[in-house]
Design a protein around this ligand. Structure first.
Ligand code: FAD
Length: 359
C-alpha cells in the first residue's frame, strides 16, 4: 500500500489549496472528498480580494477570471425598515467578484490534481487510527496511510469528530441558499439586508443568476423563506440548500502530524464574506509546515511558525467579524448601525476596507 506524505480530508478551497501547495512542494499528497465535483455548496459565492495573492501563487488567478462571474463594485447595507447605505468596493483586476462555488471549487480541485495530488472523489472518510502513521478508513472500503493528516472537511469536520476535538453543538442558526433568476437592474453590488428574523445576502453570480442567502434561527427560518418568496417572486417549491451551524468554537489548528484548516479549524460569521480566503491561505500554511516537518526540519519550530502565521491571518480582522456577528444576532442593533452610517459613513467604510484589505 502506498504511504502518502500527506492525506487531506476535504477537497473544498482549504483541502484543494493544501493539496496543490503540497504537490508543488514535492510531497506525495492525497485529497479525499465525499462529493463528486463540480458540486454546489452553501455560500454567498463572494471572493474577497484577499484571495487574489493566494490564487496567483497557485497560478490560477487568470483561470478564475475566465470563469463566469460578476464583478462587485459596492456593498449596500439595508436596515430592517428598508433604509440603505452603500460603500464602494475597489475596482480593477483584483476587485471582489462573485462566482458559483461549483466552478471555483472544481477549478481548485483540478489544479491540485494537475500539480500531482492524488484525488479521490465520492469517498467519505469514516474512521481514523494511528500507529507510526495515520490510517484512514473510507466508506468505499479504500484504506490509506499517511505521515501527516489534514482535516479540511468543513464546519462539521469528521476528522475533528473522530479525534474528539469537535466542539459540542450549540443552539445555532441555519442558512438557506439558492441561485435564483437575476432581478432586472440588480447591478454589480452585494446587498446585506437585516431582517427581523435574521439577515439576507444577495449578489449576482453571472449574467442571469442571483445568489440568495438567508440566515436565521430554525424556528423562524420559514418566515425568512416566505419573505424571500414575496421579495423575489419565487415559486413555493423553490429548492434551497441548507447548512448549520453558522459559527462554532474553533478547533486548535496544529497538533503533532495533524493540522486543521479552513472551516474545520475556525468558522467565522459569513456576513463579512471571508471564509474562502481563510480556507485558501490556511491550506497553504499547512502545506508549508508539512513540507518542513517531512524534510526533517525542527518540528517544534515548524509548528510554532505555522501557529504564528495562522493567527496572523486573522489579526486585525477577527474583531470586525465579531462586531458583525453582534450586529446580525441583534438585527435591530444592526439596523441602528445602518441608520448611523447614513449620517457618518466613515466607520462603515473603514470596517469594509479592513475586511477586503490584501495581506
Ligand atoms: C451562508 C454562508 C455564506 C457564506 N458566504 C461566503 C462568501 O460570500 N465568501 C466567503 O469567502 N465565504 C463565505 N462563506 C464561508 C465559506 O463558504 C467557507 O468558509 C468555505 O467554504 C470554507 O472552505 P473549506 O474548504 O474549509 O470547507 P468546505 O468548503 O465546507 O469544504 C469541505 C469539503 O469536505 C468534504 N467532506 C466533509 N466531510 C467529509 C468526509 N467525512 N470525508 C470526505 N470529505 C468530506 C465536503 O464534501 C467538502 O467538499 C459562507 C458560509 C455560509 C454558511
Amino acid at each position: 500500500m502506498q504511504l502518502f506524505d500527506v492525506a487531506i480530508v476535504g477537497g473544498g478551497p482549504a483541502g484543494s489549496s493544501c493539496g496543490a501547495f503540497c504537490a508543488m512542494g514535492g510531497l506525495q499528497s492525497l485529497v479525499i472528498d465525499r462529493e463528486k465535483f463540480p458540486r454546489e455548496k452553501v455560500c454567498g459565492d463572494c471572493l474577497n480580494p484577499s484571495c487574489w495573492p493566494v490564487l496567483e501563487r497557485l497560478e490560477l488567478a487568470d483561470r478564475v477570471r475566465d470563469l463566469a462571474h460578476s464583478k462587485l463594485y459596492s456593498v449596500e447595507f439595508v436596515s430592517i425598515d428598508g433604509c440603505g447605505v452603500t460603500v464602494d468596493l475597489p475596482s480593477g483586476a483584483d476587485c471582489e467578484i462573485s462566482l458559483k462555488r461549483s466552478l471555483l471549487d472544481d477549478l481548485l480541485l483540478r489544479r491540485a490534481r494537475e500539480l500531482g495530488a492524488n484525488v479521490h472523489e465520492q469517498t467519505t472518510v469514516t474512521g481514523l487510527s494511528r500507529n507510526d502513521h495515520w490510517n484512514v478508513e473510507t466508506d468505499s472500503g479504500d484504506f490509506f496511510q499517511a505521515r501527516i493528516l489534514i482535516g479540511a472537511d468543513g464546519r462539521n469536520s469528521t476528522v475533528a469528530h473522530l479525534c474528539n476535538l469537535l466542539p459540542r453543538p450549540a443552539r445555532e442558526r441555519v442558512a438557506l441558499q439558492a441561485h435564483i433568476p437575476l432581478p432586472r437592474d440588480f447591478g454589480n453590488r452585494i446587498v446585506l439586508q437585516f431582517l427581523r428574523e435574521g439577515y439576507s445576502g444577495q449578489a449576482a453570480v453571472n449574467e442571469t443568476q442571483l445568489n440568495l442567502c438567508l440566515v436565521g434561527m430554525p424556528p423562524t427560518i420559514s418566515k425568512l423563506r416566505r419573505w424571500a418568496e414575496r421579495q423575489f417572486q419565487l415559486p413555493p417549491d423553490q429548492s434551497w440548500r441548507t447548512i448549520t451551524p453558522l459559527t462554532r468554537s474553533p478547533v486548535p489548528s496544529a497538533h503533532e502530524n495533524l493540522f486543521f484548516v479552513g472551516d474545520a479549524a475556525r468558522v467565522v460569521e459569513p456576513f463579512t464574506g471571508e471564509g474562502i480566503y481563510y480556507a485558501l491561505r490556511s491550506g497553504e500554511l499547512a502545506a508549508n509546515a508539512a513540507a518542513k516537518i517531512l524534510c526533517g526540519d525542527d518540528r517544534q519550530l515548524a509548528l510554532r511558525n505555522f501557529t504564528h502565521a495562522y493567527s496572523g491571518m486573522y489579526r486585525g480582522r477577527l474583531w470586525i467579524n465579531r462586531l458583525a456577528r453582534e450586529a446580525v444576532l441583534r438585527p435591530k442593533l444592526g439596523s441602528l448601525f445602518v441608520h448611523a452610517a447614513r449620517i457618518r459613513p466613515e466607520i462603515i467604510k473603514f470596517l469594509t476596507a479592513k475586511i477586503i484589505e490584501k495581506l
